[in-house]
Design a protein around this ligand. Structure first.
Ligand SMILES: [Zn+2]
Length: 140
């Protein structure tokens, strides 16, 4: 699976602040999923889960794992680990990486024009940091 591996990378915000974008899960980072990609993401997840369970039932679980992640991928893990990795890959494919500058509040969003990280900045109206990507989401 082609996916950007972003670890230990520093980017400079237009305000001059240096952001250590680090690995997934770093503070101030996240994903943006456009509506059209969200539908595709759900379809890919559904297809992948159906295939995983069908292949597992048919005794071809390892083949599914190798087809998804490559032939060097170990197959001795728990099912939930592979499904989590599959979900992560799907989200990465259908979303753009986004970072929020902790100094000026700009959102820096990956253009996804290539395999290289190319961030486009969007400036907040009041030019202050809001911690938008680190806030809890209300689900009620
Ligand atoms: Zn900034």
């Amino acid at each position: 699976m082609a996916e950007k591996e972003i670890q230990g990378v520093e980017v400079t915000c237009p305000c001059g602040e240096t952001l250590d974008v680090g690995a997934h899960g770093a503070p101030g980072g996240g994903f943006v999923t456009p509506d059209g990609q969200y539908v595709l993401l759900l379809m890919e997840l559904k297809r992948g889960f159906q295939e995983f369970f069908a292949e597992t039932t048919a005794g071809r679980r390892d083949e599914w794992i190798k087809a998804q992640f490559g032939y060097g991928w170990p197959c001795s893990g728990e099912d939930a680990e592979y499904l989590e990795e599959f979900v992560h890959h799907c989200i990465s494919r259908h979303s753009r990486i986004v970072y929020e500058c902790h100094k000026c509040g700009r959102l820096l969003i990956d253009s996804k024009k290539s395999d290289e990280l190319e961030l486009i900045s969007y400036c907040a109206d009041d030019k202050s940091f809001h911690g938008m990507l680190d806030r809890e989401l209300r689900n009620d």
